[in-house]
Every structure is written in C-alpha cells, then in structure tokens.
Design a protein around this ligand. Structure first.
Ligand SMILES: [Zn+2]
Length: 282
C-alpha cells in the first residue's frame, strides 16, 4: 500500500520478507482479510460502519495522519488478518511472526496515529486465551491499553519514550516511560525488571509489539538504542517467554529511520531471533 511521501516506509515489509527468505526454515503464508465480525471483537459497530461506508468525519480522518482513501480500509483489514493468522500459528506451533501489524494506537471507537484498526486487540480477543502484550514500540500503546483496561485476562505492558506521542497515555497494566535519549543499558535494565511481572500473569500467548523506532536516529523516536541493543531486547523478550513455555507472536509496529535498510535489518533480526529460539527449544 504505497503512501506517497508519508513517513511510514511501507516498502519495509517487502524488504523484511526478502531478508528472511534466505533461510529455508521460514514458511511464508499470505493471510486473508479479517472479517468485519472479527473486527467487532475489539471495535464498536458505529466505528466499523464509518470505515465500511466511508463516512469518517474530517476530524476522524485527520487523527489517522494518513493520506486516507476508502480502499485503504481493506489494506488494514489485511493487517489484522495477518496478526490473527500469526497468533493462531503461534498457539499451535509455539512461535510465529506477522511481517506487519502492531497498530497499537487504534481504540475501540476511533483510529489515530497511522492506526485505523488494532490488529493486536482483535487477534487476542479472537483466540480468547489468557494473554500478555509486550509493547516495545517507542510510542506508548494507548489504544491497546484502553481496549483491555478492564479485561483481567489480558496483561498490557508498554515500554516507551515518555515525552513523545501520544500526549495522553491511558494506563496499561504496567508502563515504563523512559527519558529522552535513553540508551541500551538503561532500556535493557528496565525491560529485565518488568518481564517477570508480565510473565507472572501466566499468559498462554505473548504478543510482542517489536517496534524498530527505539533505534537511534529514528525520525519519530527520541531513544538511542543501537542495533545490538535492539537485538538484546528481542532475545530478552522472546527468550523469557519461551523459557516459561509461553507461545510468542511477533508484530513489527513502527520504524522510521532515515535508511530503510536499517529498519528492515532490525525487523528481520527480531524474527530471526524468534526462529532461533524455537530451534533451540526443539
Ligand atoms: Zn511507534
């Protein structure tokens, strides 16, 4: 889905797939569009009607911060379908990744910040398992936090840059807001301190929202993680979950570095770490 000169480099998804295709252990599958009934698991019927009938208001379109066209609704339904399919594979096989998704700024009744639909929320509701969401995008997972605010079966955790979008951060079950320019050591220490709390929830499924935008030099992020630091982050999240016997599904979320190759490197490395963890386990 080309977005013209938009800051979201949608070409990254193809680049990630190309990098991963070098390893024969990966099996690729194209997901279906998520049915509208599935979307209703996390979104209100009033909001879905606006997407389906193209009756979003000017303000609602402005909040998306996308060059919105009505046919883009199906593109985002495909994003949701990918996370639902990957979650099903993860519950069956232990691990799976969606080369897409992580649209954590979508709420039940509106979308914002490039996120018309919340793929993670739909997938978690669809599979109905006790779940934890580990959101490591540089931006707070506001929509996801709000959707699961009163759901005791779903533990939401967000580690993000505190002074960044979104301005209003509804409380997750656990939030860590890092200072501007936080580096690898500070990030990894905070994450290591939080993961035992996440796993104490005893989830069957862990959804890892593996944003590439904590990377130093990201255009929309203000943290200073290196590629090595991000890889250590991936090993920590995935390794701790797998050692606890928890199924892991990866979604990619944000990534706005100047060099799209860096973004693809970071995302591909996350999915390779997932594969390596499953091979070690086997
Ligand atoms: Zn982000």
């Amino acid at each position: 889905m080309p977005l013209g000169g938009h800051v979201w480099p949608t070409a990254k998804y193809r680049l990630v797939a190309e990098r991963l295709s070098a390893r024969e252990e990966f099996q690729f599958e194209e997901p279906p569009l998520a049915p509208w009934d599935d979307l209703a698991l996390a979104h209100t019927s009033e909001y879905l009607d606006k997407l389906r009938l193209n009756t979003l208001s000017r303000d609602e379109i402005a909040a998306l911060e996308l060059p919105w066209r009505p046919e883009m609704a199906d593109g985002f339904r495909l994003m949701v379908g990918g996370t639902c399919a990957a979650a099903a594979h993860a519950l069956r096989d232990g691990v799976a990744a969606h080369i897409g998704g992580g649209l954590h700024h979508a709420f039940a009744n509106h979308g914002e910040g490039f996120c018309p639909l919340n793929d993670v929320a739909v997938a978690v509701r669809k599979h109905g398992r006790r779940s934890a969401i580990v959101d490591c995008d540089v931006h707070h997972g506001n929509g996801t936090a709000m959707i699961f605010e009163r759901d005791p079966d779903v533990f939401t955790f967000s580690i993000h840059q505190q002074h960044n979008y979104p301005l209003f951060k509804p409380r997750s079950d656990l939030d860590i807001g890092l200072d501007d320019n936080a580096r690898d050591d500070e990030y990894l220490a905070a994450l290591a301190g939080a993961l035992p709390t996440v796993l104490a929830h005893a989830p069957e499924l862990l959804v890892y929202v593996a944003g590439a935008d904590p990377f130093e030099g990201d255009a929309l992020g203000g943290l200073k993680l290196t590629k090595e630091g991000l890889a250590a982050r991936d090993r920590m999240v995935i390794g701790s979950a797998r050692r606890a016997g928890v199924s892991v599904v990866v979604t990619l979320a944000g990534g706005y570095a100047e060099n799209i190759g860096d973004i693809a490197d970071i995302h591909a490395a996350t999915i390779e770490t997932l594969l390596d963890a499953s091979l070690q386990k086997a």
